[in-house]
Design a binder for this molecule. Structure first.
Ligand code: 13P
Length: 274
């Protein structure tokens, strides 16, 4: 069933669990997540990259995901990832997403607060949920670690349902072992005891660090790069195995869907402490 972050993350935070949030750009990867949720009997978040909403791809994909979420027996959130403008947030909600992230983490604090609050108010008016980010999780080295003061100030001024914080992860594969600031995560969680924290840049983050941050307030973990990598490697393997023979495309994709489901299920189990 289609739900918002509000229906799954506060409970996850109370129980010291996290829900996996997987970025998808096509039906097959999304079906992998849905199959994993059914198999594990766990909720899941399916995220759409904001750039897809710059063309018809975003709303086309959202329509498909809504149908899949509604037929799933487990709670599924269809969420906009890293919305870079209020227009994109509106477009994603108009396309039926049950949740949207506004990412103003590169803006000055006041501007980030102002725009995130507008995104949160608009999402709530439509019955959707909203995620904001304070501090900045980068692609490379120029991370801005979130301070406790800005986390508290940002949360109380915006009313977001989930708060993405920067505690040492980066987006994409790591070039060296990351240093995750679990102590900072714990301090933010103690100052905001009921607020679900979000970890971006889940790919390749050592399991022991993931476990520690889940114990300390993180209840949504974003996984994009490694999940897409599974999709691509699996597709290449199947293509190589074809060796020039013909297979109907839906049958060709079945093992890829299975690999995506296995990947998502493994992480969902781990995040849920199973
Ligand atoms: P990774 O690509 O590092 O998994 O990051 C995903 C993410 O944070 C999406 O918002």
């Amino acid at each position: 069933m289609l739900v918002t972050l509000k229906e799954i993350l506060p409970e996850a935070r109370r129980k010291k669990r996290a829900v996996g949030a997987f970025n998808v750009a096509n039906y097959e990867a999304a079906l992998g997540v849905i199959k994993a949720a059914e198999r594990e009997k766990l909720p899941a978040i399916i995220q759409i990259f904001q750039r897809l909403f710059l063309s018809e791809k975003g709303s086309d994909l959202a329509g498909t995901l809504l149908r899949m979420a509604n037929r799933c027996t487990q709670p599924i959130v269809v969420h906009l990832d890293h919305g870079g403008s209020l227009e994109i947030v509106c477009a994603s909600l108009a396309a039926g997403c049950s949740s949207a992230m506004f990412d103003g983490s590169m803006l000055a604090f006041e501007k980030n607060v102002e725009l995130t609050k507008r995104a949160a108010d608009y999402s709530h008016m439509l019955g959707a949920s909203c995620e904001g980010e304070i501090g900045h999780v980068a692609m490379g080295d120029e991370n801005a670690i979130t301070s406790v003061e800005e986390a508290v100030g940002f949360y109380s001024s915006t009313g977001v349902d989930a708060l993405a914080v920067s505690i040492g992860t980066v987006h994409g594969f790591y070039k060296s072992k990351p240093k995750i600031d679990v102590a900072r995560c714990a301090e933010i969680a103690a100052a905001l005891p009921d607020v679900p924290l979000v970890l971006h840049g889940g790919t390749g983050t050592p399991p022991e660090d993931l476990r520690s941050v889940i114990e300390n307030g993180v209840s949504k973990i974003n996984i994009a790069t490694e999940f897409m990598d599974t999709f691509l490697k699996s597709t290449r393997r199947e293509l190589d195995a074809l060796d020039g023979k013909f297979l109907p495309i839906d049958k060709f994709m079945d093992p890829v869907i299975d690999d995506c489901a296995a990947h998502a299920a493994r992480l969902m189990r781990f995040f849920a402490g199973k």
